[in-house]
Design a protein around this ligand. Structure first.
Ligand SMILES: NC(=O)c1ccc[n+]([C@@H]2O[C@H](COP(=O)([O-])OP(=O)(O)OC[C@H]3O[C@@H](n4cnc5c(N)ncnc54)[C@H](O)[C@@H]3O)[C@@H](O)[C@H]2O)c1
Length: 368
């Protein structure tokens, strides 16, 4: 595999997670960082040779193989398009884009340019979510009849909690659905291999105004134009029924993605806060827990387990697995990509748009 030179754009919460994971990915080198704030300090701290405050200058001046886009949602489209226009591979954070038309343009442009382009829907790359997929593929679960769960956190519980995500000009069409619902929707479709065909959604905004605290301690009230939580019903292409609850206002739940896929033989349950275990429920025999141990997993899931059983792996490892897989598929076109491509990102944006429409009309909406 040839060495890939990478630029990371956006060095906030998730940009640093990308740097961490890339440092554990084979045959890659972080050549440059780009951020509009404090980028020189961060590049020095992480011993990354170049720092830019303008992503266009970075891509113009350096011969990069790939960029990782870790900036707020509304900036994904122009940055990804600039990279594609320069023949640079892209890993873009979720939600793919702020609006559906941007997703359409990017998916088409990536295909035309022949660059590899992924959305960082990293939940696909836990060993135990991959095992879920394999069990379903092998028919061990039986026909899927229901897909249920949610994604809950508590970091926006108080009206004094504020973040750029709260405003649609940064977040896009939806806030909580795009922000964390995108992970659940992708995981549900990925593990079952079933597309969502119809949705019905109810949104709730608990705080239409939140209090923003300036650096000098003064405060002001800001109107919020996005949803704090959403309850969504789904119909899948095989007729299976599903539901998902998403909220960042559930006290005590720090970052919990939970998914149950119920089939005619067994039901599989995975919880990101206990990510090394997969529960298999049965009616006529005792339930089982499969623990992350490469010796006990299907070959593909085992390949995502970096350490032997008993050595806990989690969120940062799923990022590393994703990036390793992405860069390997560039050098080995015979490999079947399992990452969420820009086409998958576009399909998910259609689901998100249908959810948004349903929240307005309060009716079932078919996914385009
Ligand atoms: N995959 C995941 O689990 C996950 C988790 C968190 C965030 N995210 C996604 O990552 C993205 C960033 O979220 P975050 O929580 O890291 O936000 P953040 O606010 O912590 O960081 C964003 C960074 O981008 C920089 N930035 C903004 N505009 C820029 C521009 N035009 N050029 C260069 N830098 C720019 C900001 O200065 C900041 O440092 C969002 O799209 C978010 O949805 C994904």
């Amino acid at each position: 595999m040839s060495l890939k030179k990478i630029g990371v754009i956006g060095t906030g919460f998730i940009g640093l997670a990308h740097i961490d994971a890339l440092r554990r990915t084979k045959n890659v080198e972080i050549t440059a960082l780009c951020d509009t704030e404090n980028v020189k300090e961060k590049a020095e701290l992480y011993h990354i040779p170049q720092a830019f405050s303008d992503y266009q200058a970075m891509m113009d001046q350096l011969s990069l193989d790939a960029v990782h886009i870790c900036t707020p949602n509304h900036t994904h489209y122009p940055i990804a398009m600039y990279a594609i226009d320069h023949g640079i591979h892209v890993i873009c954070e979720k939600p793919f884009t702020a609006r559906l038309d941007e997703a359409e343009e990017l998916a088409a442009a990536a295909k035309k340019a022949g660059v590899s382009a992924a959305v960082n829907l990293h939940n696909r790359f836990y060993p135990m979510t991959n095992e879920m997929k394999r069990q379903i593929e092998q028919g061990k679960t039986g026909d899927v009849v229901a897909v249920t769960g949610g994604y809950v956190q508590d970091w926006l519980l108080f009206d004094t909690d504020f973040n750029w995500r709260l405003l649609s000009k940064n977040a896009g069409l939806t806030r909580i659905v795009g922000d964390i619902g995108s992970h659940w929707i992708d995981l549900a479709q990925f593990v079952t291999g079933l597309k969502i065909t119809e949705v019905m959604a109810e949104f709730h905004c608990v705080y239409p105004e939140r209090i923003f605290t300036n650096k000098d301690g003064s405060q002001k009230s800001i109107a919020v134009d996005t949803e704090d939580m959403a309850a969504i019903l789904f119909r899948f292409e095989n007729g299976a029924l599903g539901n998902c609850f998403v909220s960042s206002m559930q006290a005590g739940r720090k970052n919990k993605t939970y998914l149950t896929v119920a089939g005619k033989i067994s039901a599989l349950t995975w919880d990101s806060e206990d990510s090394n275990n997969l529960e298999i429920g049965f009616r006529e025999q005792p339930n089982r827990i499969i623990t992350k141990d490469p010796n006990l997993l299907s070959p593909h899931a085992a390949s995502l387990s970096g350490y032997p059983g008993g050595h806990v792996e989690g969120f940062p490892d799923a990022f590393k697995n994703h990036f390793q897989h992405f860069y390997e598929t560039i050098d080995h076109p015979d490999m079947i990509p399992e990452y969420a491509s820009f086409s998958d990102g576009l399909q998910e944006m259609h689901v998100i748009e249908a959810i948004f429409e349903s929240s307005k009309t309060r009716k079932w909406v078919k996914v385009n």
